[in-house]
Design a protein around this ligand. Structure first.
Ligand code: PLP
Length: 482
């Protein structure tokens, strides 16, 4: 049993737990947690929400007198968490799944127990040092120069927002913001336009460019749009290219876009929230050629680096630009001024108080090693190829976008049905698959049509998981047209 602080005694008190019971409670909770998580693969990936359980949750309320930790934690395990999608299920192919390494949540547990304040070096030198070193390693993976740097943020949306704020400040004078124009593609993630609006741009300052047949941004229309805007007296300032789009996994032509940005003095932000992880797979990193020329790069660890939410990174080609935008020097923070060899992360982004998000990724990389991490990422590419191969050999199905970065889209498209009928039947196939529970496959829209989409990145998913999932989708489809 843990030693009891003689000044505090052992009895519960305002923090809500009897210190003498801490170890016993913790062991019991972890045992239950492991028992519950062992069952994930047998459960439905997106279970239907249970109305009775939801009604019970609404009735619990907040008690005036506290109750036992074991009882309340038991309710979390038995009642609250079951009402959620299992984003870590090996056959969850919806959204961007979250096949989390248990090492990541062990990292959460350790960090939560210590609760480091990762805003300043004074409060968090150890975790800050790890964050800086890890960011340096990630910058090296991206091929960024020595002056690169960055920080951990909550995810892709915050990384994109932070990067675009810097892009605005670096490329637009304050009095020219009203004429600034940013360029994206039709397939760019919605968080980019959202970020642009948050930092003061309106829809008329956002150009959504067409994509080619493989869903990549086309460079010629981009160059033409920039020229047209300049001729109209506007101020093009940033291009957002994507390394791994959410819909199809497509990678914009990074090198060609970087050439244009260099010639036009435009900020190049690459949204690699999903796809930058391919940099860690030696077989696949070549797909991202040109990423090293970005001014800023978003990269999420809670997507394809197997981390719990939240864990994202923003990497900057020149780390000084972050402080130029975000540094504030209020008098109450002066005592925490960082010495030359230190960094106050609160100067590098919007957050003052921030958790030490880097530590769980560091722990995972320590335990797995970067080779195994790269192999786990490469496995996702194979999974999507197996599924696409199964589709290609199943009558009446069509691949709409081939496997790219472990994502592909497809559609049940018998010649006897009109396009609208096919849309409706594909929506129904997805709905029934969710109801059936074997795998989670949702729809998206491509070229105005409804398609099914698989994003397969679970390191423990097998070829059989993928092939059998496709067979089940086909069985559902047949039952619908019979
Ligand atoms: N960018 C891309 C390409 C994404 O796929 C996503 C999310 O799926 C985001 C940005 C947003 O990331 P987050 O959900 O972590 O904010």
């Amino acid at each position: 049993m843990a030693a009891v602080d003689p000044l505090r005694g052992g009895a519960g008190g305002p923090t809500g737990i009897d210190r003498r019971d801490l170890a016993a409670n913790l062991h019991a909770i972890i045992d239950r947690l492991l028992e519950v998580s062992e069952r994930t693969a047998e459960e439905a990936a997106i279970p239907v929400t249970d109305p009775a359980a939801m009604a019970r949750l609404r009735r619990i309320g907040i008690p005036a007198r506290g109750r036992s930790l074991a009882e309340a934690a038991g309710e979390m395990l038995d009642l609250i968490y079951p009402q959620r999608a299992r984003m870590n299920h090996p056959r969850c192919f919806a959204f961007i799944p979250a096949p989390v390494s248990p090492v990541s949540w062990i990292g959460d547990l350790l960090t939560g127990a210590h609760n480091p304040f990762a805003g300043s070096w004074l409060q968090s030198a150890g975790p800050g040092c790890i964050e800086r070193e890890l960011i340096g390693w990630l910058c090296a993976q991206a091929g960024f120069p020595a002056e690169a740097g960055g920080l951990f943020v909550s995810g892709g949306s915050m990384a994109n927002l932070t990067a675009l704020t810097v892009a605005r400040d670096r490329r637009l004078r304050e009095d020219a913001r009203g004429s600034g124009v940013a360029y994206l593609s039709e397939q760019t993630h919605s968080s980019i336009a959202k970020a642009l609006k948050i930092i003061g741009f309106h829809e008329g300052q956002i150009r959504r460019l067409p994509v080619d047949g493989t869903f990549r941004m086309e460079v010629r229309p981009l160059a033409e749009a920039v020229a047209r805007d300049r001729a109209a007296g506007l101020t093009p300032f940033a291009v957002v290219a994507t390394a791994g789009t959410t819909n199809t996994g497509s990678i914009d032509p990074l090198d060609a876009i970087a050439d244009l940005c260099a010639a036009e003095r435009l900020w190049l932000h690459v949204d690699g929230a999903y796809g930058a992880s391919a940099l860690l797979s030696p077989r696949h990193r070549g797909l991202l050629r040109g990423i090293e020329r970005a001014d800023s790069l978003s990269w999420d660890a809670h997507k394809w680096l197997f981390q719990t939410y939240d864990c994202g990174m923003l990497l900057m080609r020149d780390r000084r630009h972050l402080a130029e935008t975000f540094q504030a020097r209020p008098e109450y923070l002066r005592d925490a001024r960082a010495a030359d060899d230190a960094v106050n992360f609160w100067d590098l982004g919007p957050e003052l108080t921030r958790p030490a998000r880097a530590l769980k990724l560091w722990l995972t990389l320590q335990v797995l090693g970067s080779d195994a991490m790269g192999e786990a990422i490469a496995h996702g590419f194979r999974l999507a190829e197996w599924a696409a191969d199964e589709i290609a050999h199943t009558p009446d199905w069509r691949i709409e976008s081939p496997p790219q970065m472990a994502i592909f889209t497809f559609r049940f498209a018998p010649a006897s049905m009109t396009g609208d009928e096919q849309d409706a039947v594909n929506r129904e196939i997805s709905r029934r698959a969710i109801e059936d529970g074997f795998c989670a496959v949702l729809t998206t829209q491509l070229g105005g049509r409804t398609v099914l989409r698989i994003c397969a990145i679970h390191p423990e998913a097998t070829e059989s998981d993928l092939r059998e999932s496709v067979r089940r989708l086909h069985a559902i489809a047949r039952s619908l047209v019979r």
